[in-house]
Design a protein around this ligand. Structure first.
Ligand SMILES: C[S@@+](CC[C@H](N)C(=O)[O-])C[C@H]1O[C@@H](n2cnc3c(N)ncnc32)[C@H](O)[C@@H]1O
Length: 391
């Protein structure tokens, strides 16, 4: 192994966002600084940070492009006697001589391995196996290694599939019709299709989105992967008409009232199962009022969160009115924002008690001076019919 090989290893690690640490020590004459560069992950974003130590002072500089780190390494390798390069679980100790560089390769100390070690959870789509859609969507490389920058996505996909696995008992194995509203780049849609197929189901999945470019990208990707019964279409949830029954309605992070439109559609079609992760609910933000709870409402951020919680609680009760047993649980959000709830609803038929749920719903509306909200308005006629209320 020589310095050229080390430079290649660094480039690969940077390209794949593998955790990396480069430490230069023993500055040569005329150089007073010790330096190191570390991978930093902040709210899902990756960058590299240099720390330069001078006496008891420390200076920071951020690099956003891998080329900047490569140039930094090239520049400083001449100015130090020693360097340590840690890539994931391996340490490369460099003795940088005038003519020759001595390189010792060894396993990094135990503490340095903790991160990678903890990652090895029992995932449905495990790391280390190249799953075709994950490779195609650039979540993992061809050897099955998950890119560090996509690790949150990888975890989210697996968490989502655990939730799907829980509701499989309510779904038919043959001709299983699914619609995924607001499918976006469709990581979860591809994962769902692949998972169901592997479990022996015959899924027929449609991803719907407003964005032409993502729909076209996803359609091409599905064709490339030979996922024959996974299709994508351009359209607005509120206007979408289904042909025939739909067994499972999914709506993950569709914005604001798009979730209400999705839930209302699912109810209209009497879908057996609904999975919805709401996102950026603004509708009630300007409408909620409460003399008793001014302490919440005078802070924008608290008001926003409270409005989102009220919206989800109302959705939950309304789903129960329509015969769905509803659970609201934690989901992994990509951005680690409060957008991490998932509504899971399973149709129970006639066994529920719509009156209790409707009472809960009315009482919550009254508490916050509200009359209705998007989902309620769409379903108003049906609600009145179920509850025996006048038109
Ligand atoms: C944040 S992305 C989520 C993508 C994917 N479901 C996920 O969770 O990874 C939200 C997607 O919903 C789509 N969307 C929002 N409102 C919609 C509507 N009314 N009809 C169809 N798609 C909608 C957006 O275009 C966007 O692609």
């Amino acid at each position: 192994m020589d310095l050229k090989k080390i430079a290649e290893l660094i480039t690969n690690a940077l390209e794949e966002y593998q955790p990396i640490k480069i430490i230069f020590s023993q500055p040569k004459k005329g150089n007073e600084f010790k330096r190191r560069v570390l991978t930093i992950k902040n709210q899902g974003f990756f960058f590299w940070q240099e720390e330069a130590f001078f006496g008891n002072q420390v200076f920071h500089k951020n690099f956003k492009k891998k080329e900047e780190v490569e140039a930094w390494f090239e520049q400083h390798k001449e100015q130090y006697v020693q360097a340590l390069i840690r890539i994931e679980e391996t340490d490369y100790q460099l003795l940088l001589g005038q003519k020759r560089t001595k390189i010792r390769v060894q396993t990094a100390p135990k503490e340095a391995k903790i991160e990678s070690h903890n990652r090895k959870k029992n995932y449905i789509f495990a790391e280390g196996i190249p799953h075709d859609f994950l490779v195609e969507l650039k979540v993992m490389n061809k050897a099955g290694k998950v890119y560090a920058a996509k690790y949150d996505k990888f975890r989210q996909i697996n968490r989502y599939l655990e939730i799907v696995a829980d509701v499989l008992q309510y779904l038919p194995k043959k001709s299983l019709k699914i619609i995924d509203f607001g499918s976006g780049k469709a990581y979860l849609t591809f994962a769902l299709y692949k998972y169901l197929t592997e479990q022996g189901y015959e899924p027929d999945v449609l991803g719907l989105d407003l964005k032409e470019d993502v729909v076209s990208f996803c359609q091409k990707t599905a064709e490339k992967l030979n996922y024959h019964n996974l299709k994508f279409a351009l359209g607005d949830i509120a206007d979408w008409q289904s042909q025939g029954k739909i067994d499972l309605v999914i709506s993950l992070h569709a914005c604001d009232t798009a979730t209400d439109a999705a839930l209302a559609k699912a109810i209209e079609w009497d879908a057996r199962v609904i999975l919805a992760a709401p996102c950026c609910q603004h509708e009630l933000m300007d409408k909620i009022k409460s003399e008793e709870q001014k302490a919440f409402l005078r802070h924008g951020i608290l008001k926003e969160r409270l409005a989102a919680l009220i919206t989800d609680a109302l959705r939950g009760e309304l789903l129960e009115v329509f015969g769905y047993k509803t659970d609201i649980m934690e989901f992994i959000s990509l951005e680690h924002t409060p957008k991490n709830l998932l509504i899971k609803a399973v149709q129970q038929g006639k066994t529920t008690k719509p009156k209790t749920s409707f009472k809960n719903l009315e009482s919550l509306l009254a508490t916050y001076g509200l009359e209705n909200w998007a989902m309620y308005r769409i379903l108003e006629k049906d609600i009145k019919k179920i509850m025996g209320l006048p038109d």
